[in-house]
Write a protein that binds this ligand. Structure first.
Ligand SMILES: [Zn+2]
Length: 424
């Protein structure tokens, strides 16, 4: 096994750079970010790359092309973690391409493009409540108003970036979209799946078709409070039983379409007394899909059914989407190149959408994107210390990634217009 053991060992070392050992927590612009960054920069330099931090604390390594005026292919993922995280989320997508470059460099082989590996400073958004800070800055989607956001100790993002040794006001210079650079021809990310699909199908690798979009709604159901002992059942206007029917409808609707997932994760009920009929219920709905049309029509159907349930139960309902994020589709031609790279390892090709957000989702404003998923063990658990990846899977994923890099062909691309949306 050429790559697997080394990558797992490196992930173990990175897990020691944590703010709350023995748990793994590493937030943006922390001391541990610096330790992890220095370690990654060391690995990049050992592999034959020029590497350093950029103005936002992103770790950037370049393996220069073998020809002048060559385009750039970007790859990478995030160095930061959620609280009490696993060891592979994000980091695998940095370590795996470094291993590829090391192998290329050992053979004295250069690519017809410059390969740039980025360890984004922040993706998870734990410290400032803004997610994907690094990739937003590099994709030209950064809003400078976020620099004033404060962490739990009252430190602003601007202060944190500057204290880290960066320059918060240089955010414009990080932007790789538009004519002033224009040389980035693809962004590809390898990432642990964070779900059980590949595991359940006994497959090590998958090609991501799209990073799911999401719609979020707050639903308010208003009934009428009354005495739990005196109001007869047929005339009640119980907001909670109406909401229950609505919640079960979300589940049923999303279950019937394999391209959808729907979650009600928050619910409040007032007045909240054992002997009073519930009057005011509020709950959240989060619906995601890799296909925008499917998600939009699901929201329409769900709202229609909520209205019907409310009418039947003589309560009022308001269901208003307050957050909408379109899916980021992966480029067809690059998906095909990943499929070929997977097939070349003797692994059957499985395509699947990503239900979780990733750094790659910011890059459609810059260039075509593609993602490679690697099997997640332990039932597919992620954002948790028991997240696992085997050395065999890390190995075959890295071989597939190397195959992809060695056979990469740029594809046609029209950039999306920049979206300035807080995707927290
Ligand atoms: Zn991640």
């Amino acid at each position: 096994m050429k790559f697997g053991h080394d990558i797992l060992k490196q992930a173990d070392i990175l897990a020691t750079f944590t703010e709350d050992a023995p748990r793994v927590t590493r937030t943006y612009c922390s001391k541990e970010h610096k330790l992890a960054g220095d370690y990654l920069i060391g690995l990049m330099r050992d592999a034959g790359m020029n590497a350093d931090y950029d103005a936002f604390g992103n770790i950037v390594g370049r393996y220069e092309a073998g020809v002048p005026f060559a385009p750039v292919v970007m790859t990478g993922s995030h160095q930061d973690s959620v609280r009490n995280a696993g060891k592979y989320d994000g980091l695998f997508g940095i370590l795996s391409p470094i291993a590829c470059v090391k192998a290329l460099n050992a053979q004295g082989k250069r690519l017809p493009y410059t390969l740039e590996i980025v360890g984004f400073g922040d993706e998870e958004g734990v410290r400032f409540g803004v997610t994907l800070i690094g990739s937003k800055a590099m994709a030209g989607n950064f809003d400078p108003a976020w620099l004033e956001k404060k962490d739990a100790n009252g430190v602003t993002m601007r202060e944190a970036i500057n204290a880290f040794g960066g320059n918060a006001d240089a955010w414009r210079e990080l932007d790789r979209s538009g004519d002033h650079h224009g040389e980035v021809v693809a962004f590809v990310e390898s990432h642990i799946e964070q779900g059980p699909t590949l595991l359940n199908e006994n497959l090590a690798l998958g090609v991501v078709t799209a990073i799911a979009g999401a719609t979020r709604m707050t639903v308010k159901v208003t009934g009428l409070a009354g005495h739990a002992g005196t109001v007869p059942m047929p005339v009640r206007q119980d907001a909670l039983t109406a909401a229950s029917e609505m919640i079960l409808y979300v589940e049923k609707f999303c279950r019937e379409n394999e391209n959808l997932v729907g979650t009600v994760g928050r619910l409040s009920c007032l007045p909240g007394a054992i002997n009073v009929i519930p009057q005011d219920v509020e709950f959240s709905v989060d619906v995601r899909s890799g296909l925008n049309e499917i998600r939009r029509s699901a929201i329409e159907s769900i709202r229609k059914e909520f209205a019907a349930i409310a009418a039947r139960r003589n309560v009022k309902v308001e269901a208003n989407p307050y957050f909408e994020l379109n899916a980021a589709p992966c480029d067809e031609a690059l998906q095909k190149q990943f499929a070929d790279a997977i097939a070349a390892q003797g692994v059957p090709v499985r395509r699947l959408p990503s239900g979780a957000g990733h750094d790659a989702m910011e890059f459609p404003t810059v260039c075509p994107i593609a993602m490679l998923f690697v099997r997640c063990g332990n039932g597919g658990i992620s954002h948790h210390p028991t997240e696992t990846m085997t050395a065999e899977d890390a190995d075959v994923a890295t071989r597939a990634l190397l195959h992809f890099f060695e056979n990469f062909k740029p594809s046609e691309f029209k950039p999306e217009s920049a979206q300035r949306v807080d995707r927290t």
